[in-house]
Design a protein around this ligand. Structure first.
Ligand code: ZN
Length: 465
């Protein structure tokens, strides 16, 4: 149907390192940041004759995750060899799961402004991670320009959970929301730290487009190993633009792997079709199939906590959908709840929880009183810094109240306005975002003693006049 609108089709493959004490098939300890090649043994270095023994805890964690995603848990799961050659894969194959994964079809309920979206889960399986190649000495961390390359086998054999979503995501924003909430779910289950900066959470993003109403899927582009929510969103948007361009120009869109290049905001082919993967999977002969006992699955089912999505729905009523989603997805709603229980109004509690670090729960009452007293920003900074380390007393901070008096603030505001004619012009031209900068200048001039709310209001009035 030419002329009808293009629709985005996105599916994700999410990889999370499980938080077990030891590796997937040997007893080497897992320790992030340890000196290179200090946690290795004949099994994870693939010495001839060394045999794998599966980590029972990793299997339990995978089932727990599967239950949280409403997956069918296999009665008989099979490990398979995925064959490929790479320097960081000493066996020449990765032990993964192929035809019989531990967790089959499931679903994830994603709360949105207009109700709930059901995102299909195709499968979740357990595998081992490869080792890590480090290119040292260069400016970019790539092999070109590096002094030397090193394979660090500490990571080799780390239990890795792979979750494959159905191609049900329809916008970059939705894909990122899904991934962030899935991440929070994984963290709350206690199965992984799922930290993108540390590489314990990575995602492969599959993107295609189709005309609205079109059946089936067009060839997709796969963007591998993404580790930033922002870049994932931008890569999806870039893939959408480039594919629509190509389809409209009548060019062939081939299924292949792409890299996102932030500098140009475009995707470039990573691997061409001729080199397509051929892994020749077959059942791992060194491992028996996994047959989780029904009692174990039922026990784990009872251990699944309520999903964070439920808390978003509950909090949305008083905070609005977007702030509630942000608060829960970032794992800050527990802090907000502690402050609200001590009498802070829910919106203030949420704003404080989003913008301040963790504190000891026993300090929630004192912090609520300090926030209500409208103390200076400096005093608030100090209170929160101390509240993370030990017990604090509200009285130590309550006397340092912020200046909200218009007469006291007026001269400072006038001088800031006079000193920044350009920003004032921009603001009057309709760009209200620049107000934050001017408020910041006043806060700086007063060494944090001004009340930001009062400054905001006075600045608006003066700039209007
Ligand atoms: Zn080992």
């Amino acid at each position: 149907m030419p002329g009808s609108e293009w629709q985005l089709v996105v599916g994700l493959e999410v990889h999370a390192h499980l938080k077990t004490r030891t590796k997937m098939f040997c007893r080497c300890a897992l320790e992030y940041g340890a000196a290179e090649n200090t946690h290795t043994c004949p099994v994870c270095l693939a010495h001839p004759g060394a045999l794998p023994v599966p980590n029972g805890r990793a299997i339990e964690m995978t089932i727990l995750l599967g239950l949280a995603l409403d997956c069918e848990i296999a009665e008989r799961a099979v490990f398979a060899r995925k064959n490929y050659f790479y320097p960081d894969l000493p066996k020449g194959y990765q032990i993964s799961q192929y035809e019989a994964p531990l967790c089959g079809r499931g679903r994830f309920l994603l709360p949105t402004e207009d109700g709930e979206r059901e995102i299909g889960i195709v499968r979740a399986h357990l595998e081992e991670d490869a080792a890590k190649t480090v290119h040292a000495g260069g400016a970019t961390g790539r092999s070109v320009g590096a002094d030397y390359s090193l394979v660090d086998f500490n990571r080799g054999g780390t239990p890795l959970l792979e979750i494959v979503s159905a191609p049900d995501l329809r916008s970059a924003e939705e894909a990122v929301s899904f991934l962030r909430l899935l991440r929070q779910t994984i963290v709350e289950l206690g199965v992984s730290d799922a930290d993108m900066e540390k590489g314990t959470l990575r995602a492969d993003v599959n993107v295609s487009v189709r005309r609205a109403g079109e059946e089936g899927l067009r060839p997709r582009w796969e963007i591998k190993n993404m580790n930033s929510f922002r870049f994932i969103g931008r890569a999806i948007e870039a893939a959408f633009r480039q594919q629509v361009e190509a389809h409209e120009a009548g060019e062939d869109v081939e299924q292949s792997t792409y890299d996102y290049e932030p500098d140009t905001d475009r995707l470039a082919v990573h691997r061409s079709k001729e080199e397509a993967d051929d892994y020749r999977y077959f059942p791992e002969p060194d491992l028996v199939p996994v047959e989780p006992p029904a009692e174990l699955v039922e026990q784990l089912r009872r251990d699944v906590p309520a999903p964070p999505a439920e808390r978003i729905r509950r909090l949305a009523a008083e905070l609005g959908f977007a702030p509630a989603a942000e608060l829960v997805t970032t794992g800050n709603d527990g802090k907000a709840d502690l402050l609200a229980r001590e009498g802070l109004d829910p919106k203030t509690a949420a704003a404080i929880a989003m913008n301040r670090g963790d504190f000891l729960p026993e300090n929630a009452g004192a912090l609520a009183r300090i926030v209500e007293a409208n103390v200076t920003r400096e005093a608030l900074d100090e209170a929160f810094a101390s509240a993370a380390k030990g017990p604090i007393a509200a009285e130590d901070y309550l006397s340092r109240v912020a200046v909200a008096d218009a007469d006291a603030l007026a001269p400072v505001i006038d001088s800031v306005i006079a000193a920044h004619p350009e920003q004032v012009e921009t603001y009057r031209g309709g760009k209200e975002g620049v107000l934050g900068f001017l408020v910041g200048q006043v806060m700086r001039e007063t060494q944090g003693k001004a009340d930001p709310k009062a400054v905001n209001q006075l600045l608006r009035e003066k700039l209007r006049g």
